[in-house]
Design a protein around this ligand. Structure first.
Ligand code: ZN
Length: 506
C-alpha cells in the first residue's frame, strides 16, 4: 500500500463528514453499554427512544447527498491500492446499505424483529416451534428482499453474509463446512468410542467472585489490555464494545463453583478488546478505523482464549498466581489441568460446546439457513431437519424444540449469515497461532515466563494496525502466508484429541 500523500480537499471533507458519523456511533455504543451494565431498570423504554434518535441521525449522515458527492470525487482521485481507495471502499459499504434498502423495508424488518423476538420467547418457553414458524417465515422473506436490494443480482444470502464478513460468499463456505464436518464428525465419534473420560473435579470448588475477577484483570493486564483506555464491568452476558479506540469496555460474569467461565470469558473479551485498542491510530475517526470483519474479530478473542489461555505454557505461569488467589482450591499443576481444558463432549447446546464440537453446531445452522434462503427447505420442516443433522453430526438428538431449533436468538432477530463467522474465527485463530509460532519461535516458553506481550506486538504490527485497509481474506493471507483454510485448526484439534483420548482417526 502506497504511503499517504497530503490529502485533497475532497479527502479532507470525507474525513470531516465521517468523524460525525463515527462520533454518533461512539455515542450509540456508550448508550448500549450502559443499557447492559448500569441503566436503572425503569429507564429502558426512554433509552430505547434515545437510541432510535441516534440511529436516525446516523442514517441521515450516511444518506447525505454531500457524502455521496465527496465519495464519488474521492473515488476518481484514488489510485488503486491506495489508502484513499480503501477509505472509499469501507465508506461505500455503509452508505450503500443505507441508500439501497428502502425505508419501507427497514420499518418492516424492525417490526418483524420485535414480533420475531416475542414469538421466539413464547415458543421457547412452551418448547413449541409452531408458535415461531410464522414470524420466522416473514423475517426470511424480508431479509431475502433486503439481500436482493443490496446485492443487485447474485445470491441474496451473500448480501446478508456480507454484513458481518465483507466479501464472504455462501458458495465458498459450503465446501469449507462440508470438509470440516467430514473431518470433525468422525473425530467426535472416535472420542466417544474411546471410553476415556476426563475427571474435571480439579476445576470445581468454591471460588469467590471478586477474586475471580481480580485474577481475570491480572491476566488481561499481562496480555497488554490497557485499562487506562478501557474498563471491566459485570453484565448478564459477557461482551466487549468499542466506544472509540481509547475507550474499549469489556464485561464478565462468574460462577462461584467453577473458575473457568469467568477466566476464559475475560480472556475472550480481552482478545476482542486488544484488537479494538490496536486499530490504526493514524486513521482515527475515518472509514478504515474499524475491525475488518466479525470472523477476524472472533479470531482475536479465540486466539487468546484457546491458543494462549488453554496452553501448557500459560498455566505454568498462572498456576502459582492461581494458588495465591485461591489458597483453598485443589492443588494442580499445568499438566493436570491441560486435559480438563481440552475435553470433547457432544452436547445439544451451542454456547456450552467445546472447541471440537462447536463447529458442528455452526455447520447445522449454516446449512439450514442456506437451504431456507435457497428455497430448498420450508420453515415448518426446520425442526426435523435440525434434529436429523444433530443425530448425524454429533450422535445426539434433541428431545424437544427448546433444546433444539429454538435455542439461539439469532434467527429471531433476523441475523442470517452471522453463524458462519464463529467458524471463520476459529479457523483464523488457529492459522494465526501457527503463523505466530513460526515467526516468534517457542511461544509456550514465553508464556511460561509470563511473556504474553511479544504475541500482542506481533498481532499489532501484522493485523490490528491494518484496520479496514485490506479485505479480511487478503489480510489473513498476508499475515499467515496463505488463504484461510482448515488445516491448522484440524491439526490442532487432532493433536489435542490424541493427547487426551488417544485417538486419531483417518
Ligand atoms: Zn467473541
Amino acid at each position: 500500500m502506497r504511503a499517504h500523500q497530503s490529502p485533497t480537499a475532497a479527502e479532507r471533507r470525507l474525513y470531516e463528514l465521517w468523524s460525525e458519523y463515527h462520533d454518533l456511533q461512539a455515542a450509540e455504543s456508550l448508550l448500549e453499554w450502559d443499557q447492559e451494565t448500569y441503566l436503572p431498570s425503569g429507564a429502558h423504554e426512554t433509552r430505547g427512544e434515545v437510541l432510535a434518535t441516534v440511529a436516525a441521525l446516523k442514517h441521515r449522515c450516511l444518506v447525505a447527498p454531500e457524502l455521496g458527492d465527496v465519495l464519488a470525487e474521492c473515488a476518481e482521485q484514488a489510485d488503486e491500492g491506495s489508502v484513499l481507495a480503501a477509505q472509499v471502499r469501507a465508506a461505500r459499504r455503509e452508505v450503500d446499505r443505507a441508500v439501497k434498502i428502502p425505508e419501507r423495508l427497514k420499518r418492516e424488518i424492525a417490526a418483524a424483529r420485535s414480533a420475531g423476538l416475542a414469538a421466539w420467547q413464547a415458543a421457547r418457553k412452551a418448547s413449541d416451534f409452531s408458535l415461531f414458524a410464522g414470524p420466522l417465515a416473514t423475517m426470511i422473506e424480508l431479509r431475502r428482499e433486503e439481500g436482493a436490494a443490496v446485492a443487485v443480482g447474485g445470491d441474496p444470502y451473500d448480501a446478508l453474509l456480507d454484513r458481518y464478513e465483507p466479501g464472504a460468499r455462501g458458495a465458498d463456505l459450503e465446501p469449507l463446512f462440508r470438509r470440516l464436518v467430514a473431518t470433525l464428525a468422525p473425530l467426535v465419534e472416535a472420542v466417544a468410542a474411546s471410553g476415556v473420560t476426563v475427571d474435571e473435579s480439579i476445576a470445581l470448588g468454591h471460588f469467590a467472585g471478586e477474586r475471580q475477577v481480580e485474577l481475570g484483570r491480572r491476566v488481561a493486564a499481562a496480555a497488554g489490555y490497557d485499562f487506562a483506555a478501557g474498563r471491566l464491568d459485570a453484565s448478564t452476558h459477557p461482551f466487549c464494545v468499542r466506544i472509540h479506540r481509547r475507550d474499549v469496555r469489556m464485561t464478565y460474569r462468574f460462577q462461584e463453583d467453577d473458575f473457568r467461565p469467568c477466566l476464559f470469558g475475560i480472556l475472550h473479551e480481552c482478545g476482542h478488546g486488544l484488537y479494538e485498542q490496536g486499530l490504526p491510530e493514524a486513521w482515527h475517526r475515518t472509514p478504515v478505523d474499524d475491525a475488518v470483519s466479525l470472523g477476524v474479530h472472533e479470531s482475536q478473542s479465540l486466539l487468546w482464549e484457546n491458543h494462549v489461555g488453554r496452553s501448557r505454557g500459560f498455566w505454568r505461569w498462572l498456576v502459582p498466581v492461581f494458588r495465591e488467589t485461591f489458597p483453598a482450591a485443589a492443588v494442580f499443576d499445568a499438566e493436570d489441568l491441560w486435559p480438563v481444558l481440552h475435553t470433547v463432549k457432544p452436547s445439544l447446546i451451542r454456547v456450552e460446546a467445546d472447541e471440537t464440537t462447536y463447529n458442528l453446531h455452526v455447520a447445522v445452522r449454516f446449512e439450514l439457513e442456506l437451504a431456507l434462503f435457497h428455497g430448498e427447505l420450508e420453515v415448518p420442516d426446520l425442526p426435523r431437519a435440525w434434529n436429523d443433522r444433530y443425530e448425524r453430526y454429533l450422535g445426539i438428538r434433541p428431545a424437544n424444540d427448546a433444546e433444539g431449533v429454538l435455542q439461539d436468538v439469532h434467527w429471531a432477530q433476523g441475523s442470517f449469515g452471522y453463524f458462519p463467522t464463529y467458524t471463520l474465527g476459529m479457523l483464523t485463530a488457529a492459522q494465526l497461532a501457527a503463523a505466530a509460532r513460526r515467526d516468534l519461535g517457542d511461544l509456550d516458553a514465553a508464556f511460561a515466563a509470563g511473556e504474553l506481550r511479544p504475541l500482542l506486538g506481533w498481532l499489532r504490527r501484522r493485523l490490528h494496525g491494518q484496520g479496514r485497509l485490506r479485505p479480511a481474506g487478503e489480510l489473513i493471507a498476508g499475515v499467515t502466508g496463505r488463504p484461510l483454510d482448515s488445516a491448522d485448526f484440524v491439526a490442532h484439534l487432532r493433536r489435542n484429541a490424541e493427547a487426551v483420548y488417544g485417538v486419531n482417526p483417518p
